[in-house]
Design a binder for this molecule. Sequence first.
Ligand SMILES: [Zn+2]
Length: 591
Amino acid sequence: MAKKQEQKQKKEKREQKKTAPNAKKIQEQKMQEHEEDILHWADHIAKEVKARVDADPKLKKLVEKQGFIVYDEKTPSGKIHVGSGRGWIIHDAIAKAMRSQGMQATFILSSDDIDPYDKPNKELPSDWDKYLGMPFRNMPSPVPGYEHFGDYYFRQATEKFGELGIEAELESTGEQYEKGIFNKAIKTILDNHQKVQAIYKELYGEEAGGANKIPFNVICEKCGKIATTRATHWDAKKELLAYECKDDVVKWAQGCGHTGKVSPYNGNGKFPWKVEWAAKWPSKTVVCELAGKDHFTHGGSRTCAVKISSEVLDYPPPYPSTRTETGDGYEFFTIGGQKMSTSKGIGVAFADITNYLPPKIVRYLLIKTRPHAVLSFDPCKDDDIIFLFDRYDETERIYFKKEKASNPKEAKMQKRIYELSQVGPIPKKMPAQISFVFASVVIQTGLNEEGALKILRRLGHIPEDLEGHDMHAVMERLHDAKRWVERFASERYKFEVQSIGHAIKLREDGLIGEKERKALLMVAQTVKKKKWDEKALHDEFYHICKKLNVDVKAFFQSAYKVLINKERGPRLASFVLTLGDRAVQLFENVA
Ligand SMILES: [Zn+2]
């Protein structure tokens, strides 16, 4: 028995030994998971990109030279819509997160200005159709003062970057071709064009255009179009590309019939889009490039680019892709409930985004939302906008430790969201806060910013000598609230404080009951007696109603009728205090 017992103990010990390191490992894993859990998505991506680079000696060497390149591009075919802004703020946040982790990181946004003008821009008259098929950078600007067509539309969006705190190095893809940045990739792709064709065949079938053509579009030396040329032969030895400029290459532009032979290097042409996407990665040492989920569909452009990058150019595709996985794109961002799309010609332009929301709130919205979550914002939905401003204020209070988060994890997250949402340096102390709805009441009562400031001072919400960043914060909030009331708010949040004449007329016309008039007079006398706070005054309303046997609902309705000629309005006690003498006079005159 004893022996058996001993054996059992030995066995248990062995088991323990076996499980002990496992348990430790699990614990470590849990801690790691926990750490991941509390990381903001931008910090998480930065960390993951660094780990990838560290694990790839070849890539690491390149990054040591170039830094961490976070890359994005945009075709400047027309007004750039707000949906693109999501990617820019995501990439800006990732680059910022990388820098705060001590990595040398740059966000590069390139204008794909060597792409062809491929459909008429609806903003322009039809005589612009003669440029169809030409690269944007070789077309005139529709507005004087810009280098070319592409420059104009690209800058309409990027000139907003400073205001939105987006730090990006802006580039022209056409110029990169001209400078020879893509020359190496051009040679590799052309030398291996059968491999590229095989990838197209595998993904899209034998019939697909890319499965049969040499993947490079020369700019026709005769007519200047890039969409109408077809490469016919690559002479790898002489490094010359034979091409023809024909009518049957695309439906929407006509070729001139020219045939020729040119060097494909230094800006004489470009890759088709999917190949170009892949070629940019090794050429610019890109380690991170997200894109909208429409690019990440099964067999979509990202999948194709990933294969070309990995199998033909031997470069590891940037995060979130790997050599074998496409990864996921970010979700759409819409304003006004519809998917923003350039091709449909609808929706809000990126350049106009600050007409809807102030820059830091735009950033806040996009930073607090994970890239994989759909984001639609409707400025006409009262709750959307009020909630957004209130949440921002809450995050700010948590950052400055004026309010406790629900738990330490949440506190850390909110702090990081606040940091990444700021345009410019983070304030040293908490700026003065006026809640959004209250600001809308004050601005409508005070009629303008000056009047509103007077009210805020009288109520003790701001000190007499408010200045600097506090003054800036209050003025900004009043401005935002004013714009909301004027342009987006529903009737529920709008009002006009009435004149004494209105109160007198209500009395003369007998539109307010006698009991209610007495109650309102008592409110006026009560308010004059001493300084009230909102809660005490609210309770007092009920006392008065009880004392005079007035129906509470009728009392409130009468009060709003006298003050703003509506049946409902802002919270009454707070509103009466905001109105001050004005409310007293109105109530006295209706009595
Ligand atoms: Zn031509």
